[in-house]
Design a binder for this molecule. Structure first.
Ligand code: PBG
Length: 328
């Protein structure tokens, strides 16, 4: 016999209807953002082997997929570009005719203001060495030289029509420099979704295939050490002081503590990115019949939301939004 016979938490778990009524956390399609890839020089969408179900799009298939996402009710799209040619400074990132910039313009022309068009403010897809910045004479990523390119990149993306830019390179000062450049060019309405705490994670492996990354080595001199949680709050404070509109934690499911800390540290919207490796792990286990795929997707997204992220970037955005719509 229980010591407290009247206190029975199980009462609120008796039926699906009761459980639904008392749920503390609900996933809403409006808070989901779909990351998308557009690749230059292909005439049909290409599958990504380590991300089954995710495609590198042509400019045309990108537009169709964007319409599908809008119809599903997703809150935003985050676009990454895969260029045909790369160079040491990532010049295609700044060029008006670069694949990411034309992709942004295509998206805005197709879906307008029906969702939030976001773009990746980082150089790694565009450099021939695969780093997120330009290198100095010793092969090290040169922080301040990179900031100059980021500033120009932000202005190019805003000129292409991006509503929101996501600087993911983890250079010191990137938010401030991009904010200033945007304002000076008259783009003060374009917001910054700051990758505030982005960890040097093994979970980005499939993404590197998705963008055909040229990286040898690693990003540990600019992305954060997984050992450090408090350091994330320092990054967060700086980004907020520099003018971030939204702060993001990435990856998501291995950094729930950091998401929670961010939620408590700021009243800005907090986002989290369920990255390629988190997606690939679910898909691989499901393909083997080892896991209930749909339940795990819901559980992971719920956990990320419960930890404090009201915005979630996830390759499952459209699928989950559609599933929620059917249920509603
Ligand atoms: C780099 C960038 C990466 C991701 C988003 N932006 C990869 C990296 O830092 O190596 C990863 C996203 C994912 O894994 O889904 N600009």
């Amino acid at each position: 016999m229980s010591l407290y016979p009247h206190s029975r938490p199980r009462r609120l778990r008796t039926t699906p209807a009761v459980r639904r009524l008392v749920a503390e956390t609900r996933i809403d399609p409006a808070g989901l953002v779909l990351p998308m890839f557009v690749r230059e020089g292909i005439d049909a969408p290409q599958p990504i082997a380590s991300m089954p179900g995710v495609l590198q799009h042509t400019r045309d298939s990108l537009k169709r997929a964007a319409v599908e996402a809008v119809e599903a009710g997703v809150g935003g799209l985050m676009l990454f570009g895969v260029p045909a040619e790369r160079d040491a400074t990532g010049s295609a990132a700044v060029c008006e005719t670069g694949i990411l910039n034309v992709g942004i313009a295509d998206l805005v022309a197709e879906v307008g203001d029906a969702t939030v068009v976001m773009s990746d403010g980082c150089l790694d897809e565009f450099t021939d060495h695969g780093h997120c910045g330009v290198l100095d004479g010793h092969g090290r990523v040169d922080n301040d030289a990179t900031l100059e390119v980021y500033a120009a990149m932000a202005v190019a993306q805003a000129a292409a029509g991006a509503h929101m830019i996501g600087p993911s390179g983890m250079m010191d000062g990137q938010i401030g420099v991009m904010r200033e450049a945007l304002d000076a060019a008259g783009h003060d309405d374009v917001s910054l979704i700051a990758y505030s705490a982005k960890y040097a994670s093994a979970l980005y492996g499939p993404f590197r295939e998705a963008v055909d990354s040229q990286l040898k080595g690693d990003r540990r001199t600019y992305q954060q050490d997984p050992a450090n949680g408090r350091e994330a709050m320092r990054e967060l404070e700086l980004d907020i002081a520099e003018g971030a509109d939204i702060v993001m934690i990435k990856p998501a499911s291995t950094y729930l503590d950091v998401i929670r800390d961010a939620r408590q540290a700021t009243d800005l919207p907090v986002a989290a990115y369920q990255v390629s490796g988190e997606y690939a792990m679910i898909e691989a286990a499901a393909a083997n019949g080892w896991i209930d795929r749909d339940r795990l997707i819901d559980e992971q997204l719920t956990a990320i939301h419960r930890a404090g992220a009201s915005i979630i970037l996830t390759y499952y955005a459209v699928e989950v939004a559609n599933r929620l719509r059917v249920r509603a």
